[in-house]
Design a protein around this ligand. Structure first.
Ligand SMILES: [Zn+2]
Length: 594
């Protein structure tokens, strides 16, 4: 969207020390500056900023990049928005290059998250004023009191009221000269210019820093859906937001455990009963996005379902999240068909505690549900079906999660105890299913952005990484690299993206600085990876020798691949023969399994 030389001009006009210094206080330490990292709950200064390299890096949470990435992350901006922001700061006029044909600019790119946060904060105040209004709020205050939510909670969670008028918010906003367009972008009014929330008890949804990102509204007259949420905006996405995280964050960090419930009032009530490490999904099931957020603060997550209905589907998702985000997930459900809020009020603090203590490890939970669903008949066929499905679920999750061999060994041990098969049988079955799952998902993962930074596994992936680590520190060695390999050879998605940018840059300018390469990367994730790889490379040193080794591995791998390509041509005949031999057998894959 902007010319690269202009982007670099903006980058150079905004010294990273000054820009970051406007957000957090920095102290000199050796050749660098350090400060408290704003991207995780920092207790000692973990954020290092290099004036020479014009980059930042947090040694605790891994955040890193150039001045654009800092502003992108800090203010939740897109790359073009960050460029505009910093151009404005430096007084540089920007000219947009015309978007290519058919690549019309998405309207969402014009929405400024900071303005959304401001208008949301205004709306939160407006809803609260309604609730505290002597007349307008009386009935709702009575309702809240009857639900046993305390005045302290009302304040802490910024509860509010959308009154029973179709456009009161809109009219109040107009009187304050708040642009209607902005209200619409924030999802506070509909496209037909009516208030989105009418006659509803309002729950203010904040992010971990306390910024108001959206709202949830519970109906007060039982019309429409019981709960509605703000629509997805650049600031708010249901599957990446957790209610109460701002309030629960410290307790989650100090106990290492987060408890996840589904409802707003469940979360508030748990806090009132002293369980201050509880957060709520916004009526959705627990997603990878939630897992990724909580992983920054907790090692263990307990999912507490309303009654039993959540069932197998929830357990499957939890398994995926558990393996891909490497967090220990336990599951529990509230008995007697109650939600956690009612349960706390009826059964009390101690039984709630018992419920959490009795939470079952996700692997065991899945197995329990599965065997229950196949009925109590303990027949061989029933058990075999259960095992089949169980291993399939785990293989799928393993595949998505890119689990290390050590972790996999531990998981196999755990499964072996649960289902009563020996490790060797489980390993064989898992390997076969894993190969299938990998074939099925390979295409998808290559076309999606990784959720966590995944540098791949195995010798070939390591070699790709080595080449990049070396080049980021010794760009001159690109003369050797470009004679042997191209970026297309890289098969780990993130490394391939970095290789493409790096090779292209070095081709035209072999002296390019890290900051210049960063100025070409739009995504925050790529920025963090670039800084990480550069620093890992710098620590290892020994560039020439490492490069020779890595290139050697890549060349051998290529040769092997050529070989196997020749072999697969023979494969169809072998497959046919095997299929013929197996005809008549019930299911060739299950032999000897149970
Ligand atoms: Zn950090």
């Amino acid at each position: 969207m902007f010319d690269n030389s202009l982007v670099i001009q903006v980058q150079q006009a905004n010294d990273i020390i000054d820009v970051i210094g406007e957000h957090i206080s920095l102290k000199r330490k050796g050749r660098e500056m350090v400060g408290m990292c704003p991207f995780h709950d920092d207790h000692r200064p973990s954020l290092n900023v290099s004036s020479v390299k014009q980059i930042f890096k947090c040694f605790a949470c891994g955040a890193g990049g150039d001045v654009f990435k800092f502003v992108q992350m800090r203010e939740n901006l897109t790359f073009p928005q960050a460029i505009e922001r910093l151009a404005e700061r430096a007084g540089i006029k920007l000219k947009r290059t015309k978007p290519a044909k058919g690549q019309a600019q998405k309207p969402s790119e014009d929405i400024d998250p900071n303005k959304l946060a401001k208008v949301n904060a205004w709306a939160a105040k407006y809803f609260q004023q309604n609730l505290h209004d002597e007349k307008k709020g009386k009935q709702t205050r009575d309702y809240i009191a009857q639900r046993q939510i305390t005045p302290e909670s009302i304040k802490e969670y910024q509860l509010g009221l959308a009154i029973g008028s179709p456009d009161d918010l809109l009219r109040t906003a107009k009187a304050k000269k708040i642009p209607t367009k902005l209200l619409e972008q924030a999802g506070l009014i509909t496209a037909q210019h009516q208030d989105k929330f009418v006659n509803r008890l309002m729950f203010t949804i904040t992010d971990v820093t306390g910024r108001v990102v959206g709202f949830g509204g519970r109906t007060l007259d039982e019309t429409g859906a019981k709960y509605i949420n703000s629509p997805t905006t650049p600031l708010f996405d249901k599957s990446n937001s957790l209610y109460g995280l701002e309030q629960a964050r410290h307790q989650i960090v100090s106990t290492g455990t987060a408890v996840v419930v589904e409802g707003y009032t469940d979360c508030i009530m748990a806090h009132q009963f002293g369980y201050t490490n509880v957060v709520a999904t916004l009526g959705t099931s627990f997603t990878t996005g939630h897992g990724r957020i909580l992983r920054r603060y907790a090692k263990k997550v307990i999912l507490l379902f309303d009654s039993d209905v959540a069932g197998i589907e929830a357990a499957n998702r939890a398994l995926d999240v558990c393996l891909s985000q490497r967090i220990d997930i336990r599951l529990a459900s509230v008995p007697e068909g109650k939600d956690p809020c009612d349960f706390l009020l009826a059964a009390g603090k101690e039984r709630f505690k018992q419920l959490l203590n009795d939470a079952v490890d996700v692997f065991q939970f899945k197995w329990n549900r599965l065997t229950a669903s196949f009925g109590s008949d303990d027949t061989l066929a029933g058990k075999r079906l259960a095992i089949e499905e169980y291993l399939q679920t785990i293989a799928t999750a393993l595949c998505a999660g890119n689990v290390t061999p050590i972790d996999r060994g531990l998981i196999v041990n755990q499964i072996s105890k649960i289902i009563g098969l020996d490790n060797k049988q489980i390993n064989t079955e898992l390997s076969r299913r894993l190969r299938q799952a990998q074939r099925a998902t390979r295409y998808n993962t290559e076309n999606q952005k990784g959720q966590t930074i995944d540098y791949g596994r195995g010798l070939f992936a390591t070699a790709q990484r080595e080449v990049l680590e070396v080049l980021l520190n010794e760009p001159k060695l690109f003369e050797i690299v470009k004679q042997k390999i191209t970026a297309e050879l890289f098969d780990v998605p993130i490394l391939r993206q970095i290789a493409a940018i790096l090779f292209e840059t070095l081709n035209t300018n072999i002296d390019a600085s890290l900051a210049e390469i960063l100025a070409k990367t739009e995504s925050v994730e790529l920025g963090s990876s670039l800084v990480e790889l550069t620093q890992a490379g710098e620590e290892k040193g020994n560039f020439q020798a490492r490069l020779t080794g890595a290139l050697d591995v890549i060349e051998r791998y290529q040769a092997q691949k050529q070989n196997s390509r020749i072999k697969t041509i023979e494969d169809p005949r072998r497959f046919l023969r095997k299929a013929y031999e197996n005809t008549g057998k019930e299911n060739p894959h299950n032999v000897g399994m149970v």
